[in-house]
Design a protein around this ligand. Structure first.
Ligand code: GDP
Ligand code: GDP
Length: 491
């Protein structure tokens, strides 16, 4: 789960500039989901192994009228979604009434907030930023976003320590969840005699303590030696508002009483629901928050981009739900792009396939073919969450995608496949010399990574890379997951 950092401040203080610097070349996801601003941008940033999501909030200056009011409100919402706020001010412009108004709002929120005086290039930073101490939000960090000056100090001394703390808290919570899982499982075993398949094998969890008491005598369940196998498959059910996420979650859970685990933090968090199907354990990361305990289903900001991105990040498999009646939107493609970048396995389900006439179905299929070409490894399902049609088969693809992503591949195997591919179809000549692939090794899994060594590999055309990718996909029988191939020059 990635912590979320919001960039807040008046227009023109340099938020976009800092956003671009923090997210580097990664593509930003521009959110114009229904009900959200056109103006919020989301991107991923990393600094020395620490990853976080950055949200650029447009701008607030406290004097908004008309459409700007809406934008300001969106910025304020973004603050609610964030774990950490970077409050940017313009050192050259000096302290303004709008800065004061924003700081008042931020003080009420009581979140880790850092004041950042931007544009200190070519001026005496200390004297220009002194007045911002009047905002009463603590230390004023000086940067020049356009040159990158001060940015790594800001990260090292202010942001990253908080990111680390949040990440540790989250990991502790996940450990707790895993422990609850383990306890539940052994309880399920005790109850298993004579239980038929329809019997829910998950019990209502009152509290972790109750369970621990029940379980005290059963400490020696030995942990599996094989990584990945026997672990629950975490899949995130994502999609735009109204595609049918809640309906599908309910359909998958049926009438089972389930354990619902609210992740700590704010209301934006997804709900984690363990479930078992045909002896395979799953955890649904439910971004719609269907079975959220003790909270009213939020109707306004029911859909949250941040929540969706975090769910993708935390899942093994992403189940993207599309609406047959709406087709595929740019936002769906952005979400897919984000999942791909994160190296996640992907299954796509086109929902609301009920009651459509054949002509419409053909049109939808044609459009999907055209727009999903870049992700042709993902299984495509046509389902009706409402009636349950096709829902059972989703599990097969989720399991397949997960197994593909975690499949063991050996160095000798990937080298052999590389040679076969090269024999079948030689790479092109560059300036009179043929590009040569020499050997390959397995670079990891989840997703599978293959490292190929050779001569002039920097010159390898994309078409040949795609050819290799497809060759590996077929030869390794890998579906549902991206394969990452890296090229290294020389031996
Ligand atoms: P936003 O509206 O807060 O997103 O602000 P932008 O990032 O679009 O920046 C507004 C203007 O300030 C642009 O013209 C930037 O080039 C300029 N700017 C941003 N950062 C710096 C900086 O560190 N130094 C200077 N001198 N100008 C900057
Ligand atoms: P969410 O916002 O993604 O959680 O979407 P919901 O599950 O709340 O569904 C939005 C609307 O679509 C509701 O009115 C559902 O009844 C309807 N819906 C969901 N799945 C289907 C389906 O398979 N077929 C049809 N016809 N309607 C559906």
């Amino acid at each position: 789960m990635l912590p979320v950092v919001a960039l807040v401040g008046r227009p023109n203080v340099g938020k976009s500039t800092l956003f671009n610097r923090l997210t580097k070349t990664r593509d930003a996801l521009v959110a114009d989901f229904p009900g959200l601003t056109r103006d919020r941008r989301y991107g991923q940033a990393s600094h020395e192994e620490n990853n976080f999501i950055v949200v650029d909030t447009g701008g607030i200056d406290g004097t908004e009228e008309g459409i700007d009011v809406e934008m300001a409100e969106q910025s304020l919402l973004a603050i609610d979604e964030a774990d950490i706020v970077l409050f940017l001010v313009d050192a050259r412009a000096g302290l303004t009434a709008a800065d004061q108004a924003i700081s008042q709002h931020l003080r009420k929120k009581d979140k880790p907030t850092f004041v950042v005086a931007n544009k200190v290039d070519g001026i005496d930073g200390d004297s220009y930023s002194a007045e911002f101490y009047a905002l009463a939000l603590g230390e004023v960090h000086q940067i020049a976003a356009s040159q990158g000056r001060g940015v790594s100090q800001l990260l090292d001394h202010a942001l990253i320590p908080v990111v680390e703390k949040l990440t540790a808290e989250y990991e502790a919570a996940m450990d707790e969840l895993a422990e609850a899982e383990r306890l539940l499982e052994s309880m399920g075993d005790e109850d298993a005699e004579g239980a038929d398949d329809a019997e829910p094998n998950v019990k209502k969890l009152q509290s972790l303590e109750d369970l621990a008491l029940d379980h005290e005598h059963d400490e020696n369940s030995d942990e599996e030696a094989v990584p990945f196998q026997d672990l629950p498959i975490k899949f995130a059910l994502i999609g735009r508002p109204n595609v049918g996420k809640s309906t599908l979650t309910n359909r998958m859970l049926g009438e089972e009483r389930v354990v619902v685990y609210d992740m700590p933090g704010t209301t934006r968090d997804s709900v984690y629901i363990p479930m078992t199907r045909n002896d395979q354990d799953f955890i649904i990361i439910d971004t719609a928050g269907v079975r959220r305990r003790g909270r009213i289903k939020q109707s306004i900001e029911k859909f949250s981009v941040v929540k969706t991105l975090q769910a993708i990040e935390d899942a093994n498999v992403v189940l993207l739900l599309l609406d047959a009646r709406e087709g595929i939107s740019d936002q769906d493609l952005s979400l897919l792009g984000f999942a791909l970048n994160a190296g996640r396995s992907i299954v796509i389900a086109v929902n609301k396939w009920d009651g459509l006439d054949q002509g419409v179905k053909d049109d939808v299929k044609r459009e999907l073919d055209r727009r999903l070409g870049f992700i042709d490894f993902a299984r495509l399902h046509f389902i009706s969450a409402l009636h349950g049609t096709g829902v059972g088969h989703l599990y097969e693809s989720i399991i397949e995608a997960y197994q593909s992503a975690t499949k063991r591949i050996s160095t000798s195997m990937v080298t052999r496949i590389m040679k076969m591919a090269q024999d079948d179809h030689q790479p092109p000549m560059i300036r009179g010399r043929r590009i040569k692939l020499k050997y390959a090794h397995a670079g990891g899994y989840n997703p599978p990574r293959i490292v190929i060594h050779g001569n002039q590999v920097d010159e390898l055309p994309d078409s040949y890379k795609r050819y290799l990718m497809n060759y590996y996909r077929k030869a390794l029988d890998v579906m549902g997951t991206p394969i990452k191939i890296e090229f290294r020059e020389g031996d």
